[in-house]
Design a protein around this ligand. Structure first.
Ligand code: ARG
Length: 440
């Protein structure tokens, strides 16, 4: 059953067999593996390395195998080392001698690299689609609430007034960058490794341009050694996925905070929350917490892949089998995280009144009072000191700057006149000058 039994005099230790196989996780690659094999056989046929009859029998049965796997009639199981061995063994079992010719002019090393690149490209496109959906949800919610004022924070301390729409649009920018990163990763990985052989190409007169075209790669790889030992694209995808999760996690953290009693800015829909087994009143933001939690796992997959690759000499080494799973598992976390975030945003209820109320506390217009003084000729550093003293006075008297009388304000600076109130009005601040984007 082994692809490579010829030079061996002993069976593989059973534990070694279990240790060696990647068949279970390889189900992710079955479609790409068969797609790659079909392109390979078409090329062998065109170049008269296989006869018409053999080639057609192989391609026909490969299609059958894929269909059966897809509908569940054929299970990916048995004592096979990997998906490549499984497909070849199944094929040969069914069509006999011709099946044994599938692997002509190919190694599992260029085969697995081809499968992985096809898979990576497809998944990157899938994630791009989910990012678009999420951004649509964010843009819609932001647009509905674009004029709702809320405190902006630094150090999680109230800082200056912003709008809820503007806050959400910050995330739209992050996810747009994530899309750019993925598109760039796709551009870099878009090279066909099929034809690299084990490491040094093949003596058969193959045509790499043909498989490149059929598999829709942009070009063939330039160097065989690199072609079979490159896993940069997995690491790159994993870092892009990690950054996506980092963004989702920051948004999750804000949703968790905002939905707490202390903030009461938003309400997460019941469909994305859970209750407590003991405290009947509880509604916990589990979806957001899980996204935040799974972010760490995805980072782990990135570090795992980086670490696996760091000491490997050229070309293929079996260690590289261990960087497949991190990619598969990371995708299993990222895809539902993006979908759930999108749904959570779409169904999110915004507590406009609470947000508006919170504007009054925290001296969100203090910076504008200083700017006002500067406009009246006070040097900024002195203005900063004056407003600091005003804030202290307000804190001592339990009030806010806009509620002080003109007389009180003038105790701190005699340049202050009646027009200050208009200048430090929260809505006016949002609508003014370079902050106009926040209002529209
Ligand atoms: N199962 C291997 C992997 O996933 C395929 C390549 C094996 N190549 C080899 N020479 N053993 O990486």
């Amino acid at each position: 059953m082994k692809l490579w039994g010829g030079r061996f005099t002993k069976d593989e230790d059973e534990l070694m067999e279990l240790f060696n196989t990647s068949l279970e996780e390889d189900h992710y690659l079955v479609e790409e593996d068969i797609q790659g094999s079909i392109a390979h056989v078409h090329m062998l046929l065109n170049n008269h390395i296989l006869s018409e009859k053999e080639g057609e029998a192989i391609v026909h049965e490969l299609h059958n195998i894929l269909e059966e796997v897809k509908c569940g009639a054929l299970q990916i199981e048995g004592k096979h080392e990997d998906i490549h061995s499984f497909v070849e063994a199944t094929l040969t079992e069914r069509i006999g001698e011709a099946g044994k010719k599938l692997h002509t002019a190919r190694s599992r090393n260029d085969q697995v690299a081809t499968d992985l690149k096809l898979f990576a490209k497809k998944q990157a496109h899938m994630v791009l689609g989910l990012l678009s959906e999420l951004n649509e949800s964010l843009i819609e919610k932001a647009t509905q609430h674009k004029q709702v004022m809320m405190p902006g924070y630094t150090h999680l301390q109230r800082a200056q007034v912003v709008t809820f729409g503007y806050h959400l649009f910050a995330y739209v920018e992050m996810f747009k960058r994530d899309q750019q990163r993925l598109n760039h990763a796709i551009e870099l990985l878009d090279e066909n490794p099929l034809g690299c052989g084990a490491l040094a190409g093949t003596t058969h007169d193959i045509n790499r341009e043909e498989t490149t075209k059929e598999l829709q790669f942009a070009r063939p790889v330039a160097n065989f050694l690199d072609g079979v030992s490159d896993r940069d694209y997995i690491i790159e995808l994993l870092s892009d996925l990690s950054i996506i999760m980092m963004h989702l996690s920051r948004l999750s953290e804000e949703l968790i905070l905002w939905s707490s009693q202390e903030f009461s800015f938003v309400q997460i829909d019941d469909a994305y929350a859970t209750g407590s087994s003991i405290m009947p009143q509880k509604k916990n933001p589990d979806a957001a917490e899980l996204i935040r939690g799974k972010t760490g796992k995805v980072y782990g997959h990135l570090v795992s892949a980086l670490t696996t690759m760091k000491g490997l000499p050229l070309a293929y080494n079996k260690d590289m089998q261990e960087v497949k799973q991190p990619l598969f598992q990371a995708l299993e976390e990222v895809a539902p995280s993006l979908q759930l975030m999108s749904r959570m945003i779409t169904t999110l209820k915004i507590n406009e009144a609470e947000m508006k109320k919170s504007i009054k506390a925290g001296f969100l217009n203090a910076t504008e009072v200083a700017d006002y003084l500067v406009k009246k000729g006070v040097p900024f550093r002195s203005a900063h000191g004056i407003v600091g003293a005003i804030v202290l006075y307000c804190e001592e008297n339990g009030t806010c700057i806009e509620d002080l009388t003109l007389k009180e304000l003038q105790q701190f600076s005699d340049v202050i006149t009646d027009d200050v109130y208009e200048y430090i009005d929260y809505e006016a601040i949002i609508k003014r000058g370079n902050k106009k984007e926040m209002a529209n």
